[in-house]
Unconditional design. Structure first.
Length: 277
């Protein structure tokens, strides 16, 4: 296990180090937005009641000559059914940070790596960090590295990645409180597909993860967040890709790899907004 952990840290560090390349090569495109999600049907493990959450989101994606970057920060405010530590009426506050970098190997080696429906092969790496002020006091630290297949689509993107994942976390009720899980595999599908429904500009976007068990009594885990958005800015103000509104759905099965207790399966329709600038 010690050597396996060292390998995943080394591979991740090498791949992430390439993300400094955009500082040398100018960005070819970028998109940044502030988003908002809301639902009354979120869940948390060991809690029997649905939870209302307001989610404020900051997202940035950009590309350069040899690859692309993705950054997302979610700040989640729960209602009293998911209380902060030491309170009964104040909902918990959580911050969840995600970063991914893709190094497009065909561009790096100046060769055509396309085959079938795949237009490019990338080496991807990144990390997730979170903190939440509940009694459990989670502090997730996740490193990922692996290949990505980039599919040819008429507009937008469709990527499939297989990540080798190494995760540490904290649980105040566990002994020891700091936990290092077994390394596991994440199968990830991510997409952003713009289209027109008659005169209405729209996009279908989202991601889906399948995580294999990671020891410590965990089971497999599935998380998917698709959404269907309308370009309201284009329709109302003739300004494309500024203001989007739509609906989404969060499906989370065996949340955090936990199985057999209340609150580990989420089926939450969401309302969503995005302001791009």
């Amino acid at each position: 296990m010690k050597h396996t952990c060292k390998r995943v840290f080394t591979l991740s560090a090498l791949a992430l180090a390439v993300s400094v390349a955009p500082q040398v090569s100018a960005a070819t495109w970028s998109d940044t937005y502030i988003g908002y999600r809301y639902s009354t049907q979120y869940t948390e493990p060991f809690k029997t009641d649905d939870i209302q959450k307001h989610v404020l989101q900051l997202t940035h994606a950009s590309g350069y000559a040899y690859g692309q970057n993705f950054f997302n920060l979610d700040v989640l405010q729960s209602d009293e059914n998911d209380p902060a530590n030491g309170t009964d009426n104040d909902g918990a506050l959580e911050a969840y940070l995600t970063y991914r970098h893709q190094l497009h190997l065909g561009k790096v080696f100046d060769t055509d790596l396309s085959f079938g429906p795949v237009k490019e092969v990338a080496l991807s790496a990144g990390f997730d960090l979170n903190t939440k002020n509940t009694a459990v006091a989670p502090r997730k630290k996740l490193l990922l590295v692996g290949p990505t297949l980039k599919f040819a689509v008429p507009k937008g993107f469709l990527d499939f990645s297989i990540f080798y994942a190494h995760e540490r976390n904290h649980n105040a009720f566990n002994d020891p409180q700091d936990i290092t899980f077994n390394d596991y595999t994440v199968y990830n599908l991510a997409w952003g597909l713009p289209f027109n429904a008659g005169p209405v500009p729209m996009k279908f976007q989202g991601f889906a993860n399948y995580n294999t068990p990671k020891g410590q009594g965990t089971d497999y885990e599935i998380l998917s967040r698709p959404s269907l958005m309308v370009d309201v800015g284009q329709l109302a103000f003739d300004k494309s890709n500024t203001l989007w509104a739509g609906v989404g759905y969060e499906y989370w099965n065996n949340k955090f790899g936990i199985n057999g207790v209340p609150g580990v399966d989420t089926h939450a329709p969401t309302f969503q907004l995005e302001w791009h600038f």
